[in-house]
Design a protein around this ligand. Structure first.
Ligand SMILES: Cc1cc2nc3c(=O)[nH]c(=O)nc-3n(C[C@H](O)[C@H](O)[C@H](O)COP(=O)(O)OP(=O)(O)OC[C@H]3O[C@@H](n4cnc5c(N)ncnc54)[C@H](O)[C@@H]3O)c2cc1C
Length: 406
């Protein structure tokens, strides 16, 4: 490995952003033997939405040495619901690999501390203000110090440091416009609640303006949210809108009877986009900094883990072989990333545009192959190359057209 002191680099890699993507990239780079600085503007544990995980994240967690079963609610699957017709469709997800519903505050803290335990130098409450990627190296200016390194990882989430700097963020229209959500505790015993916490599934009731999420979290707590895709009624504020939809849902009425709201109502808007320059001269973006999709299929943290692992391995290769200044270092990996991201994007677009829950998901009960294909996409099994539904999505065929299920 080249001598950094001689080249006046403070670190091999500086990772900006200490969420799941940043902590993952930093830990794996340290495991590869590099000197890594991880900068986080907040202080862990900090609140973050995004509690429902996908099982195909598991191989990355194993590499990190993280046991995510500890203290978290086992998630067996996803249930899509139309309360008007009382139809429910359950997709088992934890079949080959297990997954969980978790509170992001403590979980992100575990990942961040794990990076430090692997030799990463971690700084909290330090915000990166400016970066300059040059052929000779990268300059980083934070609100506390200045650094010089060989490579930059942008894991700043929806702050999208490099995407905003290069003005390369492309909004994806027609998906959810905003989400409004809160948390309840003291969920009382009862048939509905007991079944929910036994299966640990995410419930997704579809409603006229979008969909709701119901996520059971350990300690008999619930995360509930409303994602609005259509024009919202103008006669009420967003907080009132959430209350209205919670009250109108018979399932939620049963689940929330006697429960107590313990968190504020929060709102997040304009969240779907793709960053058109995800990599370049001495930098790569991962997680939400590369792109973000409406959360209906809970793909965010999974894409954060898998994209971070991919770029960490490639940066290691580039540094090891002296190819780190090649702006196309990540070109091949980016194709793999795009395959995963675009599959999810097309799937989410179909969710909104073609009434997929009625036309495909409920239909899947009569077609075991189709049910398996949907479950595999919902699990994050995106790079297997033998999923007919995925191939149809990518080929631009509508999933409710005649499907090639062979
Ligand atoms: C309404 C909603 C619901 C969601 N539900 C789910 C779900 O159920 N399941 C799921 O998997 N995902 C979900 N997501 C998505 C999920 O939250 C994200 O995909 C995930 O957090 C991405 O991880 P990340 O590490 O890329 O970014 P983040 O987790 O956002 O981490 C980025 C970090 O960078 C730090 N940072 C930013 N700028 C700077 C800077 N300049 N200097 C230093 N530090 C900086 C931030 O403080 C932050 O800690 C949801 C998202 C939304 C909006």
């Amino acid at each position: 490995m080249p001598d950094n002191k001689q080249n006046a680099f403070d670190y091999d890699v500086v990772v900006v952003g200490g969420g799941p993507a940043g902590s993952t990239a930093a830990t794996l780079l340290a495991q590869h033997g590099h000197s890594v600085l991880l900068l986080e503007s907040g202080k862990h544990p900090r609140f973050h939405i995004g509690e429902s995980m996908l099982p195909f994240s598991e191989p990355v967690l194993q590499r990190l040495g993280i046991d995510w079963s500890e203290g978290n609610q086992f998630k067996s699957g996803a249930v899509f619901i139309d309360e008007a017709t009382d139809q429910r469709m359950y997709f088992p997800l934890s079949v080959y690999r297990k997954t969980y519903q978790l509170e992001r505050g403590p979980f992100d803290q575990v990942l961040f501390k794990n990076a430090a335990a692997h030799g990463v130098e971690t700084h909290e409450e330090e915000k990166v203000l400016e970066v300059d990627c040059q052929p000779e190296g990268v300059e980083i200016i934070s609100d506390k110090a200045q650094y010089r390194c060989r490579y930059l990882v942008d894991a700043t989430g929806r702050s999208a440091l490099m995407g905003k700097k290069g003005k390369t963020i492309d909004r994806i229209e027609n998906l959810g416009k905003f989400a409004v959500y809160t948390h309840f505790e003291k969920i009382q015993p009862g048939e509905e609640a007991d079944e929910l916490f036994r299966s640990g599934s995410i419930y997704v009731p579809v409603v006229d303006i979008g969909w709701l999420w119901i996520i059971p979290i350990s300690g008999r707590r619930l995360s509930v949210g409303l994602v609005v895709q259509k024009e919202r009624p103008k006669d009420c504020e967003v907080e009132e809108l959430l209350r209205r939809y919670l009250a109108a849902s018979p399932i939620l009425q049963r689940l929330l009877e006697g429960a107590e709201q313990y968190a504020p109502i929060r709102v997040e808007a304009d969240f779907s986009y793709s960053n058109q320059s995800r990599y370049g001269l001495r930098y790569a973006c991962c997680g939400d900094a590369a792109g973000f999709l409406d959360p209906v299929f809970s793909s965010g943290v999974f894409l954060a883990f898998t994209s971070a692992a991919r770029i960490a391995d490639r940066i290691h290769e580039g540094l090891h072989e002296g190819r780190e200044a090649d702006p196309l270092l990540h070109a091949e990996d980016d194709e793999a990333y795009q395959l995963g991201f675009n599959t999810m994007r097309l799937f989410v677009e179909r969710f909104y545009q073609s009434n997929i829950v009625h036309n495909l998901f409920f239909e899947a009960d009569r077609q075991p192959d189709l049910k398996d294909q949907i479950a595999r996409l919902l699990s994050g099994d995106l790079w297997a190359e033998n999923n007919a539904l995925q191939q149809n999505l990518l080929a631009g065929r509508r999933p409710n057209e005649k499907l090639n299920l062979s």
